[in-house]
Design a binder for this molecule. Structure first.
Ligand code: ATP
Ligand code: MG
Ligand code: FE
Length: 333
């Protein structure tokens, strides 16, 4: 069974053809980063306009690359939320138009569930699983007992991890989004600045990154006032070490508590080299019989393939949306 999947929740216009929820026949991703970079963040109106311009071409390209025609499809799936409302609406309306024109079932997908199901494109998910979702807008530990059961057991109380990376990236003057650049710099530097690891020993699975961000900004600010020179690579390394310590420690604890079969990393920050390495090491040392899944880099950031993987559950259950489907910017799992 073939699904055409569409993702337009933020600043990537993407379409994919996915077979049986796990095989990628095509996954076209058009990033708008260059248009947003000069504003230092995603501008919603600019994002919507780009999606409108790109969506038809990207869908056609996905079909062409997969060598699939509309009448071979079993369903069309689209991200309904969370995300920017104007951006979501472009994908939702494109999906509705295709579903109507070709008489196909319409499937609404939660973007965060999509991030988790990116791992299904690597290896079959084997429930129960614990998923650490780390992205631009989310930092959550989600326990899944089965393929359609989601329990948030911990989340950030303030900034998302990706957001924190991007904010300190701005302080160090790297282009938006800063995460990837901070990651590179961190590998050139050493963990020499003593930044806080908030809530690391607290008896819960929540996170907080705003204190770390403030501490980072104060360090840079104070040095500037005293005309001291700071090593930017060491700053990046120290920030990243603090983030990773907290994420890994709480994730391992959560996986132990729920005795899961798999630990699954997902979201844009799953691309972080330091996090990938630290999590592999911790799982090998501390979790017996737990398999760690980490998506390849191209499936960490936003893409439609992951939406097609998640949509397969709906297709199996005939869980379809109707033409009243709308964008849901604040949707939770
Ligand atoms: P959400 O998925 O929460 O709705 P989003 O879709 O905007 O938000 P993603 O595309 O999943 O977020 O992830 C983008 C985030 O990932 C950005 O904050 C970016 O800086 C961060 N990121 C990407 N690569 C890396 C990396 N190597 N290290 C750290 N952060 C990274
Ligand atoms: Mg993006
Ligand atoms: Fe995302």
């Amino acid at each position: 069974k073939l699904i055409l999947a569409i993702e337009t929740s933020c600043d990537e216009t993407s379409a994919a053809i996915i077979e049986e929820g796990k095989i990628i026949l095509s996954n076209i991703v058009a990033s708008q980063i260059k248009s947003h970079q000069r504003f230092g963040g995603v501008v919603p109106e600019v994002a919507s306009r780009h999606h409108v311009e790109q969506i038809t071409l990207i869908i056609e390209e996905a079909l062409l690359e997969a060598d699939v025609t509309y009448n071979e499809l079993s369903a069309v799936a689209v991200t309904e939320g969370p995300g920017l409302v104007g951006a979501l609406l472009v994908g939702v309306n494109a999906a509705k138009a295709i579903a109507f024109a070709h008489d196909l079932p319409l499937i609404a997908v939660n973007h965060i569930k999509g991030h988790i199901f990116a791992n299904q494109l690597v290896k079959p998910l084997n429930f129960p699983i614990m998923s650490l979702v780390v992205s631009g807008g989310h930092t959550e530990l989600i326990y899944m007992e089965s393929e359609d059961s989601y329990e948030i057991i911990g989340e950030t109380r303030d900034d998302a991890v990706g957001e924190a990376f991007d904010k300190i990236g701005r302080v160090l003057g790297v282009p938006y989004p800063g995460g990837r650049h901070i990651d590179q710099m961190a590998h050139e530097g050493k963990d020499t600045y003593d930044f806080p690891r908030a809530m690391i020993r607290d008896d819960n699975f929540d996170f907080s990154f705003s204190g770390l961000k403030s501490s980072f900004i104060n360090t840079v600010h104070n040095a500037k006032q005293k005309n001291e020179k700071l090593d930017h690579n060491d700053l990046a390394a120290s920030f990243q070490a603090a983030v990773i310590d907290v994420l890994v420690s709480k994730t391992i604890r959560a996986a132990k508590l729920k005795s899961v079969n798999q630990l699954v990393l997902s979201g844009g920050v799953a691309a972080n080299k330091g996090l990938r390495t630290a999590l592999k090491k911790a799982v090998a040392e501390e979790l017996n019989d737990v398999e760690l899944l980490i998506p390849p880099l191209e499936l960490c950031g936003d893409n439609a393939a992951m939406i097609g993987a998640a949509a397969y559950i709906n297709l199996k259950n005939k869980d379809y949306a109707d033409y009243t489907l709308n964008g849901r910017p604040g949707l939770t799992v």
